[in-house]
Design a protein around this ligand. Structure first.
Ligand code: FAD
Length: 331
């Protein structure tokens, strides 16, 4: 059998294509071009035509749409049946699925059903030097190591978390083919009933993954009483606040703002790291930021290896002055 192309399973968020879907499309496009293949986006659900168009604007060469009222909300069996059908028909060599609760469920189910390999929660997907194989990279041993995994079955499947990749710039002049597929589904394919979607507390209150600017603080702040230096600067910049795990472990701030391999992964336009050493588990979550500025009094701190600009000095002198200067500009 000849396997070709990379299939990206799209998801909606708040009624539109999810940011994670656009990130997966961006990576799929890059890898597909290296492999001389195309990107096919799979759009499943009801009222999906907008999502399909957006997928093309974000890099898909072609979209396969499976529209059906039964698919309005995610259910394991119905979505698995659709994906199974599409895999048989299109024979993709790789499938990217969002590492969301629904995506993880779908990925696990399809992999078990077809007895094919899946790498969960990839933070990178690259090609071998000869460009013949895909290397699926994920953290292991609680984020202390990165495993580089090859899958020997086809299609190869990976689930991908938010912030691992950057989306392509949206191009609404781009056109692509949209193909409609019919998959026969009945109420017997839906064993669960969708009642209501309830957002968890504060889910939208902290939007670190969407933030354009993040000011993140680390143990260099010394004690919780000094944390305001981070929030003051963030406030003046209109930024979100992030933290390292060590700060979270001390309960200075809640876990939901932890950035890193075991926290949130972010790619803002500007990331200011204040008193952060730059441990690999932290940089795994922020190194894709467009511009990284680090403030640290140790010139050897590893954060300077990922930073575009480094300020070597005492944060207790630098940060209040910086905040004051920005306040003056703002007023
Ligand atoms: P430190 O490493 O203590 O660094 C403090 C920095 O502040 C130093 O570089 C110091 O030079 C600087 N500094 C001190 N005083 C000043 C001053 N006055 N002015 C300027 N600079 C100053 N970490 C994460 O962040 N995210 C994760 O998701 C994560 N996951 C992990 C998972 C596992 C399984 C493990 C084992 C660890 C994980 N960690 C994670 C922890 C990580 O290994 C580091 O311990 C942590 O990132 C260090 O936090 P820090 O930079 O705040 O503290």
């Amino acid at each position: 059998m000849e396997y070709r192309d990379i299939l990206v399973v799209l998801e909606k968020e708040d009624g539109v294509i999810s940011p994670l879907s656009t990130e997966m499309l961006g990576r799929a496009k890059y890898l597909a071009s290296e492999l001389n293949q195309n990107v096919i986006a799979l759009s499943i659900g009801e009222n999906i035509s907008e999502m399909s168009k957006e997928a093309i604007y974000f890099g898909a060469d072609k979209v396969v749409e499976v529209g059906n009222k039964i698919l309005e909300n995610y259910t394991t069996l119905a979505y698995t049946k659709v994906l199974d059908f599409i895999l048989d028909k299109y024979l993709p060599l790789a499938v990217f699925i969002a590492a969301t609760p629904n995506g993880r469920d779908l990925g696990g189910r399809i992999s078990a059903r077809r007895k094919i390999g899946l790498v969960a929660d990839c933070i990178d997907i690259v090609l071998t030097d000869d460009k013949k194989e895909i290397k699926w990279i994920r953290p292991t041993f609680d984020g202390q190591l990165y495993a580089d995994i090859r899958i020997s079955t086809k299609p190869e499947i990976g689930t991908i978390g938010e912030g691992a990749f950057r989306p392509l710039k949206r191009d609404d002049t781009k056109s692509g083919e949209i193909v409609k597929e019919e998959v026969s589904l009945s109420s017997e394919d839906v064993l669960t009933v969708f009642l209501e979607q309830i957002k968890s507390d504060g889910e939208k209150e902290v939007s670190l993954t969407d933030a354009k600017i993040i000011v993140a603080g680390g143990m260099g702040l010394g004690e919780k009483e000094n944390w305001h230096l981070v929030t003051d600067l963030a406030h003046e910049l209109g930024a979100e606040v992030g933290a390292t795990k060590d700060v979270v472990d001390l309960d200075w701030v809640p876990y939901k703002i932890q950035i890193g391999a075991t926290g949130v992964r972010v790619s803002p336009k500007l990331y200011i790291a204040v008193g952060i050493s730059g441990a690999i588990q932290h940089t795994a979550g922020m190194k894709t930021s467009d511009l990284i500025i680090a403030i640290n009094n140790n010139p050897e701190a590893p954060i300077f290896k990922v930073a575009h600009y480094g300020v070597v000095g005492d944060l207790f002198e630098i940060v209040p002055r910086l905040t004051e200067k920005i306040r003056e500009i703002n007023n």
